[in-house]
Each structure stands twice: as C-alpha cells, then as structure tokens.
Design a protein around this ligand. Structure first.
Ligand code: TXA
Ligand code: MG
Length: 339
C-alpha cells in the first residue's frame, strides 16, 4: 500500500487536509491523525471492513477493542446509548484526554468493540481530529498509532518509520501535546473507576466523578483484566529494558556493567551519571517526562547499546500513567541477567 503524508501546522488552515482525510475515511480507508494524547489509526467505526483494516495495520489481536472518537458531546449518541448515565462531567472535560465506557450504539461495528456490548468513547482536544470526524459524518475508531506491542506513536517521525506502507494517509502534525494516552473511566461502575490511567490524573477527575477509584493496574495471572488491552505486552522497545530508582542507576553506572546500558533518565539524573543517556526532561515536570516517554523508548533501539535502564518516577498526578507504561515496557533491574 502506498502511504501519503500530509504535513499540517497547528493553528493554520487545515481545510484541504481535513477534506482529504475525510475522503479516505469515507471510502473505507485508514488515516493516521493527530490527537492531544497520541496519534490514532482511524477508520469508519460503523464499518466492519474499515475497522478490520486497523487491526491488520497494527497486527492487533481481535479481542482488544478500539476507542471510538466523536467530534463533540452532541454527537455522543452516534457511538453510545447514553441512557442512565450522567453526561454532565463531559460538558467540562470534553474535548480532552478522557475516554468513557458506555453502552454501545448498535451501529458501531462489533469488530470494533470486540463483540462487547460496551464501547469506549472519546472527543479529542485537537481541532484537526474533530473537523475530520465532522467531515467524515460518522464516528472514527482509532487505537494508538503503533504496531501492537510497541510504544504508542506520539511523534509523526516515529510513526512514519513504523506505519509507512500499512495505512492510506498520515497527517503529520509534529509531536503530540501529552504524549500519553487518555484516561479511561467506567462511570457505570459503583464507585466510578479508572480502567486505564492516562493524561488526566485521578485528581483532575475527582470533582466530576465523586468517589472515583483508581484500581491497581497490575494483574495476576488468573485475574480478569480491567480492559482487554491490559493482558497484552505493551509499549516495549525491541531491546531488553529495565526500570530502577535513581540510586540504583547511579550504582549500576559506576559498576563494571555500567557501559553495557543506555540510560533513559531525567535531566537531573543525567547530570550525575556518565555514558549513553537519553534524556526525558526534568523530574520536576512530569508532563515533560510523559511527552518524551514513547519516543525515548523507541530511541533505545537505535543506539549502540544492547539494553537499557529507565528511571522510575513518583506515582502522583500524571506520574501514575507514566509508571503504568514503564512497568509494562520494562522489568525491574533485579531481573536483568548477570553478565
Ligand atoms: O488517547 C487515547 O486514548 C488514544 C488516542 C488515539 O485517542 N487511543 C488509544 O487507543 O489509546 P488504544 O486502542 O491503544 O487503547 C484502547 C484501550 C485498550 O486497552 C482497550 O482494551 C480498551 O481501551 N477498551 C476499548 N474498548 C473497551 C471496552 N468496550 N471495554 C473495556 N476496555 C475497552
Ligand atoms: Mg495502544
């Protein structure tokens, strides 16, 4: 398949690109488009054939359902049956990095929801994405833009390298604002609960979903995952990656094995160690860390080291989502093979 690439600039007129992307979607094709979290691989959520192409492009297991994107709160009914739930919080939180579990509108392809009678819906805070959905005239199913198992695509440059030839069109809008996926909430559960931590922290949501709980996202072998996606390997670079505290990393760096590793770390820790470092940004600004996380994981595969170690961050605010991704992408340093 030949992939066309269109570059757009934030704030400039993107009408032609919107029309072209919507045209591809209307003819049943697949478009990679920007959102404020990560890029999505989009197709018509009402069409089994179109949705099937997303699963194929990603190599995604068919039991892992896709998020459905709408252009506004007014269009929520195009994706979900909203009876029985309060959409009041969405008046403030949408458009934004919040995805909500609801009863599925029967028009949504059951391939898209992996046969479930629920659907996860989101309205992205990105003008291009919303205009494209409006112009298409149907909700757009879109998982993160990456091959299944790999780090999500938050930078058009990485996505081109990975998805060229697998999709019809890529809209290149540079780097995503948050760089980490949306928070998924189940408002039907009592109490409401977070199914996947993301760009909205639990603190951001408490006011809107009173009593909201953040489950433990690690699952034992026999437990039922909160979302089907939880049971799969995720966000992983090809090389072995381990996570460790700053103190452990300093020890490792000074040890005989120190030169075998690439160090994915904060600017602060980078100043305290030697060797090959991939900087994530300041430890004092976890949003900065989030926004460079996935491209840094991808960089590990390009540097001349056999393995990597990544610093851990405090589990507060967006740090919960950062650590959730790091723990899926990496193993604790203690489990690294001894050389
Ligand atoms: O920020 C985001 O949410 C990005 C952008 C593109 O919008 N999308 C995204 O999609 O992260 P994806 O497919 O990579 O992750 C969707 C997650 C998966 O873990 C999936 O299992 C879960 O949502 N999910 C989708 N539908 C579900 C459902 N009906 N019930 C439970 N979990 C569901
Ligand atoms: Mg994903």
């Amino acid at each position: 398949m030949k992939t066309e690439v269109l570059r757009i600039k934030t704030g400039s007129d993107h009408r032609d690109a919107v029309d072209q992307a919507a045209g591809v979607l209307r003819s049943g094709g697949v478009v990679v488009f920007p959102t404020e979290t990560v890029y999505g691989i989009g197709a018509n959520a009402y069409s089994d054939d179109a949705v099937e192409k997303i699963f194929r492009a990603k190599g995604r297991p068919q039991d892992n359902p896709l998020i459905v994107h709408v252009d506004s709160l007014n269009s929520i009914g195009m994706a979900a049956l909203t009876g029985g739930i309060s959409i009041e919080p969405l008046k403030t939180l949408w458009p934004g990095p919040l995805s909500v579990l609801m009863k599925k509108n029967p028009l949504v392809s059951s391939l898209c929801t992996a046969g479930l009678d629920t659907v996860v819906v989101r309205c992205p805070d990105n003008a291009f994405a919303r205009d494209m959905i409006t112009a298409a005239g149907f909700p757009v199913a879109a998982p993160s833009a990456n091959v299944a198992g790999r780090p999500s695509g938050s930078d058009a440059h990485d996505i081109l390298a990975e998805l060229d030839g697998r999709v019809d069109l890529i809209i290149d809008a540079g780097r995503s604002k948050f760089g980490i996926e949306s928070t998924i909430v189940d408002p039907l559960h009592r109490p409401p609960r977070i199914l996947r931590p993301g760009a909205f922290a639990v603190e951001d949501l408490e006011k809107f979903f009173p009593g909201i709980v953040q489950e433990k996202f690690k699952i034992g072998r026999d437990e039922k995952p909160l979302t089907p996606g939880m049971k799969y390997r995720h966000y992983s670079p090809e090389k072995p990656l381990y996570f460790a505290t700053p103190a452990q990393i300093i020890d490792l760096n000074r040890s005989d094995r120190g030169r075998e590793f690439a160090y994915i770390c904060s600017r602060e820790l980078s100043g305290e160690i030697d060797g090959l470092r991939i900087e994530l940004g300041s430890r004092e600004n976890l949003y900065e860390i989030a926004s460079s996380l996935y491209s840094s994981l991808r960089k590990l595969d390009q540097v001349p080291r056999k393995m990597g170690v990544i610093e851990v961050f405090p589990e507060r605010g967006i740090g919960v989502a950062i650590m959730n991704r790091i723990e899926k992408a990496a193993l604790p340093l203690g489990r690294a093979p001894k050389s």
